[in-house]
Design a protein around this ligand. Structure first.
Ligand SMILES: [Zn+2]
Length: 104
């Protein structure tokens, strides 16, 4: 089996990148999240170079990984506005800004 790191996608934030990576790992796809520490120097870089990326560690799994990722990105009713004004995406049921729970 070839081990060629391949960039699967860019995530809007580290929480979502981690969520996707964990979901892929659950399906047996080895992943890693890159650039997760660049947030501290975000002011120094263009925004599109500060976002976390999900990489897969075996390029042969790309097709499966992309299918799973598509499913993750198209889960309905997983985007909501918190009362604090934050838009919470990625399947979270708790606001990462103020820790409020998703309204029922
Ligand atoms: Zn909130």
């Amino acid at each position: 089996m070839l081990y060629v790191m391949l960039r699967l996608t860019q995530a809007p934030n580290l929480a979502i990148a981690t969520l996707w990576a964990d979901a892929l790992a659950t399906e047996g796809i080895a992943t890693s999240v890159q650039r997760q520490y660049l947030g501290s120097v975000a002011g120094e870089l263009p925004p599109d170079q500060c976002l976390p990326e999900v990489w897969i560690q075996c390029a042969e799994q790309e097709t499966l990984a992309r299918k799973l990722l598509y499913d993750l990105q198209h889960v309905p009713q997983h985007r909501w506005h918190c009362t604090c004004g934050e838009l919470v995406e990625g399947g979270f049921e708790q606001c990462w800004n103020c820790a409020a729970l998703m309204p029922l």
